[in-house]
Write a protein of this length. Structure first.
Length: 524
């Protein structure tokens, strides 16, 4: 009995050591996760995920206790990648990598201490932990935009079936008497993820053939999209009777909850239909067979003579401890990202470039704080014929978590602009034999069109991909102790008396002239 008490006490102390080390490594990331990411409406459901995970573990408590712990070195297959992911996320400024790192670290430590057979008992609960990590921002934006487009199309078709006249232009639905804009909140993303998680949980408790459970999970995606289209259509129908109130405040939120409850009913009905049409042997719902098997007690493997001399056993504990201590020590003591200021302050950026004359613009402090800029410039250049090009540079002396370059692909759609076309284009440089490759986007908002070029000058490179930027940031932090970089964006409007080709020729000419000037401000 005394041996059992000693083992439990040792386990508590080891758990405390791990908790302190992991908290030291991941504290800043989880502060952002809980205080920022979960506070966004699309991911507010994440506050409930820890409770779900605790319940799933509690549900397995008897089976977990009955399975004997067998320490295993296979846990290193998770713990080592966890540390690599942590450093990639830390140096490249990518939070999602750090979130994944924390999950890999916990699973790896558990695997090293309790072994695969015992870990498998709570494997589903550990898998559910992954659902509390928001997607990387660029994926979130792409998914939101795609869902808005699909929801708009379905909403218009449903309005046509109802007999109403409706015309869709992008994500704007023209009803004749008013226009409805399908914004991010109406994309369906904040319903898709919770419904997908709910489908996974229902499939977990649905004791049936694998194909039925997979069908249940996959069906949540089209059901969520269709019901969100129905929500948009109902908004258009009720708008003609109740006015703008149905698209705002209480009614807007209430319709979302109504769709959520309706979809839950659809999934439960799907389970009922599957059980009726395709009945299976021993099929049940929310009833789990008793799979608890009595195994030898862990204490039996420890002799009565062993006390605290066994504290550092198994050897996997020492290895995990060393990895975490080294990671935490380097993280707290060493800063491999030196601050590299711009070659010249951007306040000195010339207002006359070739035939272009500019007017300096200024950003509100709230946006400067949000973007964590080291320096910036915003200049509205005008050519001799009166046509404008907006020039913007955001410079970062050092990139860190939450202090890194924000791609226009994530910022512009959030302000209502729709990317109609995207790709890359080469631009020849004035006074040089070569050219640079930049991102190109044609955008539209309320019938107006713009053409935008943007790229990322980073330590002598011209990059166009956000992930490529993060990889080079990680590598340069390790090899050159610097992570400085910039975003350059130029935009021109497509004026009513011209076509896209003519507007783009203007943007090409401006970019050709501005790049050599820009080189005198950004460090190589």
């Amino acid at each position: 009995m005394k041996t059992l008490v000693d083992l439990k006490l040792q386990s508590i102390v080891k758990f405390g050591i791990y908790a302190i080390l992991l908290a030291g490594i991941y504290y800043s990331a989880y502060t952002r996760l809980i205080g920022h990411d979960w506070a966004m409406e699309d991911y507010s459901y994440c506050y409930l995920i820890p409770l779900v995970v605790l319940y799933l573990i509690w549900e397995k408590k008897n089976e977990f206790a009955a399975e004997r712990s067998v320490p295993s070195w296979f846990g290193l297959l998770f713990l080592v990648p966890a540390m690599l992911l942590f450093w990639f996320g830390e140096l490249a400024g990518e939070f999602y990598s750090i979130y994944l790192s924390s999950w890999f670290a916990v699973v790896g430590i558990l695997w090293m201490h309790i072994g695969w057979r015992k870990l498998k008992v709570i494997a589903f609960a550990l898998f559910m932990v992954l659902t509390m990590f928001p997607l990387p921002n660029f994926l979130n934006v792409k998914l939101t935009f795609g869902l808005k487009l699909i929801s708009s199309q379905l909403g218009v078709k449903m309005l046509h079936l109802y007999g109403m006249s409706a015309y869709r232009e992008g994500n704007i639905i023209d009803l004749g008497f008013t226009q409805l804009q399908v914004v991010d909140a109406c994309s369906g993303l904040r319903y898709l993820f919770p419904l997908l998680i709910m489908g996974i949980l229902l499939a977990h408790f649905y004791r049936a053939a694998l194909w039925k459970r997979l069908l249940l999970v996959l069906s949540t995606i089209p059901v969520a999209i269709v019901t969100n289209g129905l929500r948009i259509a109902l908004t258009g129908i009720l708008y003609q009777y109740w006015g703008a109130a149905v698209a705002e405040e209480f009614f807007h939120g209430f319709s979302g909850w109504l769709i959520f409850i309706f979809t839950l009913g659809v999934l439960l009905a799907e389970i009922w239909i599957l059980r009726k049409i395709f009945p299976g042997p021993s099929e049940s719902f929310f009833t789990r067979p008793d799979s608890v098997r009595q195994r030898g007690n862990d204490a039996a493997a420890t002799s009565d003579g062993e006390r605290w001399t066994s504290f550092f056993r198994p050897p996997q504990f020492i290895v995990a401890l060393v990895l975490l201590v080294i990671t935490l020590g380097i993280y707290q003591a060493v800063d491999v990202r030196g601050k590299i200021p711009a070659s010249r302050p951007f306040s000195q950026f010339p207002l006359v470039v070739g035939a272009w004359e500019g007017t300096r613009q200024f950003m509100e402090q709230v946006f400067i704080t949000e973007l964590d800029l080291s320096d910036y410039t915003m200049i509205d250049y005008k050519s001799g014929n009166g046509r404008h090009v907006d020039f913007y540079v955001a410079y970062y002396e050092s990139q860190r978590k939450a202090e890194s370059i924000h791609s226009p692909e994530t910022c512009l759609p959030g302000s209502g602009w729709i990317f109609r076309q995207a790709g890359q284009v080469k631009v020849p440089i004035a006074g040089q034999s070569g050219s640079i490759t930049v991102n190109r986007a044609i955008m539209e908002k309320n019938g107006a069109q713009q053409i935008a070029y943007f790229w990322f000058p980073a330590r002598g490179r011209i990059l166009t991909n956000a992930w490529e930027l993060k990889i080079y940031t990680f590598w340069d932090a390790l090899t050159r102790q610097r992570t400085d970089g910039a975003l350059v964006r130029v935009i021109t409007a497509v004026y009513p008396d011209e076509n896209i080709e003519r507007a783009e020729a203007r943007l090409q000419e401006f970019t050709r002239q501005i790049v050599p000037v820009l080189g005198g401000f950004i460090s190589k």
